[in-house]
Design a protein around this ligand. Structure first.
Ligand SMILES: Cc1ncc(COP(=O)(O)O)c(C=O)c1O
Length: 387
């Protein structure tokens, strides 16, 4: 073998049988070969297991998919390039021209955008209600054939708690699928409800470190298989290097979620007692409008704490800019604490009535509580409130 040949066919260093790596390697290979055409065809027909081309599947991403499916208590999962990608492709994969979607004012902004702009271009219609309007939800589902209901709980940023059991029961009674964006609650919650498909941003709690993007759709095998074909042609699968980083992040998922939730509870209680604050939105507070429902549905209330400053938008801007330990930016569920000022919370597409229903006020600030020392975080909040 001449050297130019050697560099393209390097020595095989696979560990010998019985000598396995403790951490699965990153399978950073686009192609997977078989010895024969027939073996390749058998695999492509689904008669034998294996991999062929990274865009359709690869072992590193598959390991993450199988882990996430088990965490959420479902059969199967598809990991995608971002959370928004998981949402967009799930909605595209499930709908066709003339279908109707029920979504909510409290739905994550980019999801509203996908439904109202992108899907509308392809003739998919929607109704947008408040997640609190159970009578309206019941009426729409009873009177209009609906392909799917997409909802979140707790919602962003006001942390309203959706009645999952009721929503899912209503959707199923009227022949609609229930799709839940479970990003805020995490993989270990809500699995006991009959939700058909869970979508998640892996960019948040799964990785935890805020250095990688990813998304997932998790559900029954038949639904995931149906989506898999569309996802593959749209080129949406999560890259193996990103999948490896998310898989690594998951090792500390439970301790991070627990410790960050405990700190969030303490921050919420501290803010609730502060004279500058008119309202705190946190499902773990006894005064939360759906505190009993939150206790029933959630073992942990999560790490997002929102609150309204009495003095409104400019005071909220000063507070957000005055924090030293909280990064003024998007996202949540990272080990570092984050803050969103009201001016950055996307509500531009709302009518006046929808803005009222959303519960977002001029002085609403969203905090995502990280893993820093709790005393340091509270001292930082106090100095920013005083400034
Ligand atoms: C509830 C929710 N769903 C989906 C997403 C989108 O995830 P990604 O940023 O990974 O696309 C986010 C991001 O903030 C989110 O908060």
């Amino acid at each position: 073998m001449k050297l130019p040949t050697l560099v393209n066919h390097p020595p095989d260093v696979s560990p010998p049988p019985g000598n396995l790596p403790v951490i699965a390697p990153i399978y950073q290979s686009v192609k997977y070969e078989f010895e024969t055409v027939d073996d390749t065809l058998r695999m492509l027909r689904g008669e034998t297991p294996g991999y062929f081309y990274m865009r359709a599947s690869n072992p590193t991403t598959r390991q993450l998919e199988l882990t996430l499916a088990q965490l959420q208590g479902r059969d199967d999962c598809l990991a995608t390039a971002s959370g928004v990608n998981a949402i967009a492709q799930t909605l595209i994969g499930l709908t066709k021209q003339g279908d109707h979607i029920l979504c909510f004012v409290e739905t994550y902004g980019p999801t509203r955008n996908i439904i109202r702009r992108l899907l509308a271009r392809f003739g998919v219609e929607h109704t947008m209600l408040s997640i609190e309007d159970m009578a309206g939800i019941e009426n729409v589902l009873a009177t209009r054939p609906t392909r799917l209901v997409i909802f979140e709980s707790p919602t962003n940023p006001i942390t309203k708690v959706a009645d999952i059991e009721r929503l899912v029961e209503l959707a199923h009674r009227h022949g609609a699928l229930a799709v839940m964006d479970n990003t805020f609650a995490g993989f270990h919650q809500h699995g006991e409800y009959e939700v058909d498909l869970f979508v998640h941003s892996l960019t948040k709690y799964a990785s935890g470190t805020g250095d990688v993007m990813g998304g997932a759709v998790i559900g029954r095998r038949d639904l995931i298989e149906g989506l898999r074909a569309d996802f593959a042609v749209l080129g949406a699968l999560l890259d193996p290097h990103a999948a490896f980083l998310v898989q690594r992040g998951l090792k500390t998922y439970f301790v991070r979620y627990r410790d960050q939730t405990r700190a969030a509870q303490a921050v919420a209680e501290h803010l609730a007692a502060h004279a500058a604050v008119s309202k705190v939105h946190y499902p773990g507070l006894p005064g939360h409008p759906q505190a009993a429902l939150a206790r029933k549905q959630m073992r942990e209330a999560g790490t997002v704490v929102s609150f309204d400053l009495k003095e409104g938008g400019e005071a909220a801007r000063r507070f957000s800019e005055g924090l030293k330990l909280f990064a003024l930016t998007a996202s949540l569920g990272s080990t570092e604490s984050l803050v969103m000022a009201p001016q950055l919370i996307g509500t531009r597409d709302f009518t006046a009535e929808q803005a009222r229903q959303s519960g977002i006020a001029a002085g609403t600030v969203r905090l995502s509580i990280g893993l820093e020392d709790l005393g340091d975080l509270i001292a930082d909040i106090d100095q920013a409130l005083a400034g």
